[in-house]
Ligand binder design. Structure first.
Ligand SMILES: N=c1c2ncn([C@@H]3O[C@H](COP(=O)(O)OP(=O)(O)OP(=O)(O)O)[C@@H](O)[C@H]3O)c2ncn1[C@@H]1O[C@H](COP(=O)(O)O)[C@@H](O)[C@H]1O
Length: 108
């Protein structure tokens, strides 16, 4: 079983960082800079993920996906959301084939 508790612990830290000093916390400094700065980090980490995959660099691929998940979690927290909202969406989609779901969209 994969340990997703670490995601909850990080999410709790991200919530706590709303009250932290931006000079002492990277997360708090991102909140202070705002949505554009956080989105820029998400875009950078997505680009670095793509480069690692294209280079077939497995170590960096894991590092960059971790950076991407982390900055996506910061973006969610900045908007009052958390990893629980994403996990709930995964649960809602569970078992629904992407092919069937796409067909049902074109039928509407
Ligand atoms: N998981 C992470 C995490 N992953 C990556 N990073 C930071 O994300 C930053 C940006 O990564 P980059 O690779 O882009 O680094 P960079 O190029 O030097 O950054 P820029 O100059 O481009 O801004 C780095 O400073 C990393 O250390 C993280 N910073 C924090 N966390 C978690 O968030 C918690 C709270 O962190 P603080 O708010 O800093 O206490 C920590 O305890 C960790 O659990």
């Amino acid at each position: 079983m994969i340990d997703i508790e670490v995601l909850h612990r990080v999410a709790n830290t991200l919530a706590e960082r709303k009250k932290a000093d931006p000079d002492a916390s990277y997360v708090s400094s991102l909140y202070t800079k705002g949505t554009d700065a956080i989105c820029k980090k998400v875009a950078e980490e997505a680009a670095e993920t793509i480069m690692a995959a294209k280079d077939k660099d497995m170590l960096h691929l894991v590092w960059e996906v971790t950076d991407l998940w982390f900055h996506s979690m910061v973006l969610l927290a900045h908007h009052g959301l958390s990893v629980d909202d994403v996990l709930a969406e995964f649960r809602r989609r569970e078992g629904v084939s992407g092919i069937d779901e796409k067909k049902s969209r074109s039928a509407v």
